[in-house]
Write a protein of this length. Structure first.
Length: 85
């Protein structure tokens, strides 16, 4: 996806279950990073892969689809429900 007006690189939105009654949607490296820190175990290899992908995405060295896939995998590995669309 193209960069948005603020200069952040964006991905196709990903919605995940933040609490029993609330979903959150993220579409940039900042939102993905926050979600990873709040929802995932830093010792999980899927977390480390996704965190590295978020950094690489912000630097422009990873595709939006790759960082999105790594992010979804980390959330699912942590037992978080992800709603794709």
């Amino acid at each position: 996806m193209a960069d948005d007006a603020s200069g952040l690189r964006t991905i196709r939105p990903v919605s995940y279950q933040e609490t029993d009654s609330r979903f959150r949607t993220v579409n940039d490296a900042n939102g993905m990073g926050r979600a990873l820190m709040e929802q995932c175990d830093p010792a999980d290899p899927a977390y480390r892969q996704a965190a590295g992908s978020c950094i690489a995405f912000a630097e422009g060295t990873v595709t939006p689809e790759q960082v999105r896939a790594d992010f979804i995998q980390a959330l699912m590995s942590a037992g978080v429900f992800v709603r794709e669309g």
